[in-house]
Design a protein around this ligand. Structure first.
Ligand code: NFS
Ligand code: SF4
Length: 657
């Protein structure tokens, strides 16, 4: 029970079962209420969302305002400068895209900085773990690899990829991976990113007071900026992390709060950059530190992940994962967390107060992201263990002096995760002829109706995990293969859908494919930056043939049903610009009936791109996604094949009955 002085009792308290379907999180919300500790769930009900802001109908880009327009009569008013609703919404949207893109590209740049240090020999703590991936990535952007030393290829790759950020003119390197027809469309609309820094800068400039005031033109830069994320910063983050830390392949892994151990020193790492976590893994395996933990009376050191860096370790090394974004405060309520180390992104400031209530050291490790009330131990890649060893020592000290009563929800789920796009090709095509042909064949013959990426955050404005889980169940039931990243993947892992046995929840076609290959109907691919893996998988499907000439032709859809972050908006926009119909849930920052809304939700598709969609209800989302998949199947002329295959299957079932 926390110290009286530390408590921050919520004004209004939620009913745990109303706000989450995660039983462990619900149990901890109830405990927090007994302990007198407020969580984001409670704050979300007393802090109502501002309705004008939710519609993105306000502007504070200069001090003649802030100006508020009326969403009920969107064209009835303009701002002091004369900006109309379309300009205001498009500018706000553009700045969300810029912020999201900046987050992913800064993360990717961090990985590239480390890669440079390793390649130049300045850093000996990390090394190239996957030389095959290095070669494949180098080849994919035209770097000569035949008969060359690995380090020479790596140097060239570094130099090429640096252009993703710093180039002022031309096309970013990974544009070479985009299917020809998609790239042609981008070129026609002047959307191929030059360099991420330039695009983000231009987006910020154009959305400032008195600059770009034509919503279509603003959306053009939104797309170009977002593409610098998906095919730029995020893709660099994924590829370099694979090269340095290993490319994921499927492992059976444990998730949920039950991965904490009462008799061990529990250390959680939460954030986004895998370098901290990789070093933490070394620290917890250090014999002297293990001994110190034992001397303190613990059975050992227990390292656990949360959110996206947790997912990177989950899919690369099988490190257990304790939960997604809306469980980060709740897990501290267990009293069992001996250190909570964070780096960047999605780290609620509210963690500081909750950690303080349970005497858990909250440790920030990245100079970019300090938190008032937290301890800071700077992480330096050139001396990584200095920081991570210190975190372990702090955790051991806290374990020794544990005063908080420990209550760990006894729930552990096991799923199979780590489906990189390379592995999908290998899994379906076999070791010697790894290819996407079997996937395409199964889509063409209709066993797999289409592919859906279900990704993104959890958000206290909707019941945690519920929309993710219901939506995915609906999709697989209808033979849609689901690819997952980010917090969404943890929602499904907790619901038990990432196991091969979950195939029995799939429709007959998908079930047959899953059972033949031994794969789950829901494939966890990694963190949010790993949405780039979905882009590459989509490009491979186009290249393999039989499903059209561009990403927009594929029977594929995307969805972030419980999103909250600006990063999600950037991801949504790069999927749309790449040709994918992308549906968001919870809320969408636009006034319906405006020209800006019409452009995002209809106009972009007419130009040959994907388009945005919005729904709150998971069944409605599934319906929209399946209808789109069927529309694409029809356009490809493969709608009949599916009818045949299902009829065959029904016949076969009848025969065996
Ligand atoms: Ni993605 Fe990862 Fe989670 Fe959302 Fe946050 S952790 S980068 S933004 S909340 S999925
Ligand atoms: Fe108001 Fe225009 Fe200034 Fe925005 S830029 S705050 S709409 S005056």
């Amino acid at each position: 029970m926390p110290d009286e002085k530390k408590k921050i009792v919520a004004k209004k308290q939620v009913n745990p079962k109303d706000v989450t379907i995660c039983d462990a999180t619900a149990q901890m919300i109830a405990k927090a209420q007994r302990d007198g500790v407020e969580l984001a769930f409670d704050r979300a009900i007393s802090m109502k969302a501002c309705p004008i802001g939710a519609d993105s109908a306000c502007c504070k880009h200069c001090t003649m305002g802030p100006c508020r327009l009326n969403a009920k009569d969107p064209y009835g008013k303009v701002g002091v400068c004369g900006a109309d609703i379309d300009t205001i919404q498009a500018r706000n949207f553009g700045r969300m895209v810029a912020a999201g893109t900046a987050a992913h590209t800064d993360h990717g740049m961090g990985m590239l900085d480390l890669f440079r240090e390793v390649v130049t020999g300045h850093n000996k703590d990390y090394r190239i773990k996957d030389p095959f991936k290095l070669e494949a990535v180098a080849k994919s952007i035209g770097i000569e690899t035949e008969g060359r030393e690995m380090m020479d290829i790596a140097k060239d790759l570094y130099e090429e990829l640096e252009r993703t950020y710093t180039q002022v003119d031309g096309e970013i390197p990974f544009a070479k991976r985009v299917p020809a027809k998609t790239l042609e469309l981008w070129r026609k609309h002047n959307l191929v990113p030059r360099g991420a820094m330039r695009e983000i800068m231009e987006m910020m400039h154009r959305s400032a007071m008195g600059v770009d005031q034509q919503y279509e033109n603003i959306v053009q830069q939104c797309s170009r900026t977002a593409l610098a994320d998906g095919w730029g910063g995020s893709m660099v983050a994924t590829e370099i992390s694979d090269i340095l830390f290993g490319t994921p392949s499927p492992v059976a892994i444990e998730t949920n709060m039950g991965v904490l151990k009462e008799d061990q020193v529990n250390i959680i790492v939460h954030g986004h950059e895998p370098n901290l976590f990789e070093s933490m893994l070394e620290s917890v395996n250090e014999p002297s530190l293990i001994q110190a933990a034992k001397d303190a009376g613990a059975k050992g050191l227990n390292l656990v992940g949360m959110c996206c860096s947790g997912l990177e370790m989950f899919v690369r090394h099988g490190v257990p994962h304790a939960g997604n974004f809306m469980s980060t405060e709740a897990i501290l309520v267990t009293g069992a967390v001996d250190a909570f180390a964070v780096d960047v992104q999605c780290i609620k400031q509210g963690l500081a107060k909750v950690a303080d209530c349970y005497d858990t050291p909250l440790i920030t490790t990245n100079y970019r992201a300090k938190i008032e009330g937290a301890q800071h131990v700077q992480f330096d890649e050139n001396e990584p263990k200095a920081c991570t060893d210190e975190v372990v020592v702090k955790a051991i000290t806290r374990f020794k002096n544990r005063t908080a009563a420990v209550e760990i929800p006894p729930i552990v789920n096991t799923g199979v995760h780590g489906f990189s796009h390379e592995y999908i090709s290998y899994m379906l095509g076999g070791t010697f002829r790894g290819s996407y042909t079997p996937l395409n064949d199964n889509v063409i013959n209709g066993r797999i109706r289409g592919v859906a990426g279900v990704v993104g955050c959890t958000n206290p404005r909707v019941k945690q995990d519920w929309v993710h889980v219901e939506l995915v169940k609906e999709l697989i039931k209808n033979d849609v293969l689901v690819l997952q990243t980010g917090c969404s993947q943890i929602a499904l892992a907790k619901a038990g859908l990432t196991t091969p046995e979950a195939a029995h929840l799939a429709g007959p076609g998908l079930k047959e494919v899953c059972e033949t290959v031994g794969m789950p109907p829901v494939l966890g691919m990694g963190a949010c930056v790993d949405n780039s893996r979905i882009l590459i998988a989509a490009s491979e499907m186009v290249r393999t043939g039989g499903l059209g000439d561009s990403i927009a032709d594929l029977p594929a859809v995307g969805c972030a049903p419980e999103y909250m972050s600006e990063k999600a908006i950037a991801i949504g926009q790069y999927f749309v610009a790449s040709g994918v119909y992308t549906i968001f849930g919870s809320t969408y920052p636009v006034v319906e009936g405006t020209k800006f809304h019409k452009l995002l939700f209809e106009g972009l598709e007419e130009l040959g791109f994907g388009k945005w969609g919005f729904a709150v209800d998971p069944y409605e989302m599934a319906k929209m996604m399946i209808a789109h998949i069927d529309k694409k199947r029809k356009a490809l002329g493969i709608d009949k094949a599916r009818e045949r295959v299902l009829m065959d299957m029904a016949d076969r079932q009848q025969l065996s009955a």
